[in-house]
Design a binder for this molecule. Structure first.
Ligand code: NAD
Length: 272
């Protein structure tokens, strides 16, 4: 039974914890158990714990890491500078959802390799990283991500607020950002994880171009990825249903974390 510590009891943390609870998920059992929950909002962590059949203790981040074999981060980019070094110090494997926060921290990957830790980055709200990783074995030419987001999901984001962009007044689809994945991760710390995952899956010499389009009245986060290279061309479009709890989060992102955990506990692994 894989012991899992959870950092973040929000939209994604809740879906993961519920999926791992044998009482609530009898049909698709995963051989893993939450052994500790940490959230800066202790009451939120306690509420989630009370819904789980094994009532995992609400603990500090350090305790959560100590009690587990694999620490799952579903908190936010801001949590990573404390979380990743602590997990490395304890030689724990980790699964990171706030992928944008990994960019620019290549030292963490080096330290993980030195300490024998693994950092798992689930596919999140996109698909196609399997094909892109395979394609990266050969020569890549370009990688472009266009993310169409509902105005409601963009309202209040750092980039929109800082630039004073009145997204709520848009009448038609409008591109509000064009730049590299690294720039997107800084501009949209809460919604650029997809760009960051694409960056990490591709050859570092190939720039990953990102375009963010605001869609008035939109209800889905739609990501279109186009990668070209020696292998040919790959186009993937994912139309995501937003999580009810957090409209900036797609359900598929939480499901991808659960699928990654399931992969770790099963003998048969399908896909690259
Ligand atoms: N990889 C992807 O494709 C993808 C997709 C969607 C969301 N995400 C990311 O996953 C993360 C979680 O998303 P969510 O929708 O569950 O968010 P959420 O806001 O619903 O929940 C986050 C929880 O973490 C807690 N938290 C925040 N900072 C913390 C800290 N430093 N220490 C302890 N607890 C902390 C909050 O109190 C909250 O309960 C976010 O960073 C989000 O951007 C990634």
């Amino acid at each position: 039974m894989l012991k899992i510590g959870l950092l973040g009891a929000g939209a994604i943390g809740r879906i993961i914890a519920t999926a791992l609870d044998p009482q609530q998920n009898r049909e698709k059992r995963i051989d893993a158990q939450i052994t500790g929950i940490c959230d800066q909002d202790r009451e939120r962590a306690a509420a989630l714990s009370s819904e789980l059949s094994n009532r995992p203790p609400v603990v500090s981040m350090e305790e959560m890491i100590e009690k587990c074999e694999l620490a799952v981060e579903a908190a936010g980019q801001g949590a990573l500078p404390a979380f990743v070094p602590k997990a490395l110090e304890h030689r724990r494997d980790m699964l990171v959802m706030s992928v944008g926060g990994l960019l620019g921290h290549e030292e963490w990957f080096r330290q993980a390799a030195e300490r024998g830790c693994r950092i798992y980055v689930p596919s999140g709200a996109i698909a196609g990283l399997d094909g892109i990783k395979s394609a990266s074995i050969g020569k890549l030419e370009s990688a472009v991500l266009t993310s169409r987001k509902p105005v409601a999901a963009l309202k209040g984001t750092k980039f929109v607020v800082e630039r004073g962009i009145a997204v709520e007044n848009f009448k038609t689809e409008t591109a509000i950002f064009e730049g590299t994945a690294e720039e997107a991760a800084k501009a949209f710390p809460t919604t650029s994880n997809v760009a960051a995952s694409l960056r990490l899956a591709t050859d570092p010499d190939i720039p990953v171009q990102v375009r963010v389009v605001a869609v008035p009245g939109g209800t889905q986060n739609v990501h279109e990825i186009r990668v070209q290279g020696e292998f040919g061309c790959l186009t993937v479009i994912v139309q995501n249903v937003p999580s009810k709890q957090n409209p900036r989060t797609s359900q598929l992102a939480a499901f991808s974390a659960i699928a990654t955990l399931a992969n770790l506990t099963r003998a048969l692994r399908v896909g690259t």
